[in-house]
Design a protein around this ligand. Sequence first.
Ligand code: HEC
Length: 117
Amino acid sequence: MKRLATILSVLSLALVSLQAHAAGSVGDAGAGKAIAEQVCVSCHGLDGNSQTPQFPRIGGQYATYLVKSINDYKTGQRNNPIMNGIVASMSQEDIENVSAYYAQQKGDLHVKQVPNF
Ligand code: HEC
């Protein structure tokens, strides 16, 4: 009986971590907010809904996508002189934290008009 309880608790732990993974949860959003306030706010805005077309909106984006994009700038897989410079000195922990923060913001991509090109 005790063994069954152990097996069940291990299984439920595995399920919880699977769910967290499925939701794309990474990092500590509270710690990420400080980075957003100090570094990213001037271009992307504090809620990630940039008001200028040359700065992409990142609010409400999946955290896993943000982590990947930032790492792509860091490794040079993705090239942009501004972003390459900004992320060069960020640790993986900072990247995950700031991604968690922006992922929690409410993205307003869908309610605003897409500009005409
Ligand atoms: C000086 C302005 C500036 C600052 C500050 C800045 N960014 Fe950016 N960011 C940009 C520009 C411009 C792009 C678009 C680059 C491109 O074309 O690839 C971008 C792109 C991105 C993207 C890719 C978005 C996508 O949809 O693929 C992410 C993620 C991102 N920035 C995160 C951040 C984070 C996090 C910070 C703070 C640590 C930050 N940026 C600070 C200007 C800035």
